[in-house]
Ligand binder design. Sequence first.
Ligand SMILES: [Zn+2]
Length: 265
Amino acid sequence: MRPALLILMLLYLLPAGAQPRQLLVPGGIAVIELGSDDPAEYRFRGKPVLVTKIAGVPSALVGLPLSLKPGEHYIEARASDKIHKKFFEVGGKKYTTQHITITDDRKVNPYASDMERILAEKARKQKARNHYSKGAVDVDFLSPVSGVRSGSFGRRRVFNGQPRRPHSGMDIAAATGTPIVNPSAGTVIELGDFFFSGNLVYIDHGQGLISMFAHLSEIDVKLGERVVKGQVVGKVGATGRVTGPHLHWSLGLNGTWIDPALFIE
Ligand SMILES: [Zn+2]
């Protein structure tokens, strides 16, 4: 069977996607309607914001960092020496704390000899998260795997008794070897075997919308490859800092991680 046909068949078997939903809290997204007199390019804290049609209406999708202070915020654009601003109100959200025990303590307290590798990977991850390319974006996402979603995005985490960064994505429980499908068309911008994330893949969906898949048992794409929606990008695994096999999926918007649940349901 031709691969294209197989992908089409797979698409029919997958749960249907949905349009992104607004959630005005840190870690959420703002969906701001744009009129015909609005400039084409808005920025939020200096970063270009994704513009697309939501239910037929041109809209800006703004990723709200977990560190954002509740209150009034705005996107802005400069057009013919006039500054356009659009305001929105961000509420508060209390994220719970999760205590996790990691058997391999080196993944919590790395050796001094691990630090060079960890810092180099951190720089690559930061670059990938802030990647920006122009063009149309398909925001009607597929769920990358079906399975029980933990809903743990934003949770403060304590590994082996030590506080670490909040959880930057969604964990979906699935067996090792389960295929991970690409939720929306894009390009592979980073991949490899990383200290904490294990085998990972970054996909640029366009205009600052970035998927990151971690802890894979197998990577099935190449750096720079164009990947269609529904294409298998790798397999679920338990590589890196994990307690068991699952898919970790992070979703970035204008350089910040947001709750991927807002893009699927
Ligand atoms: Zn995770």
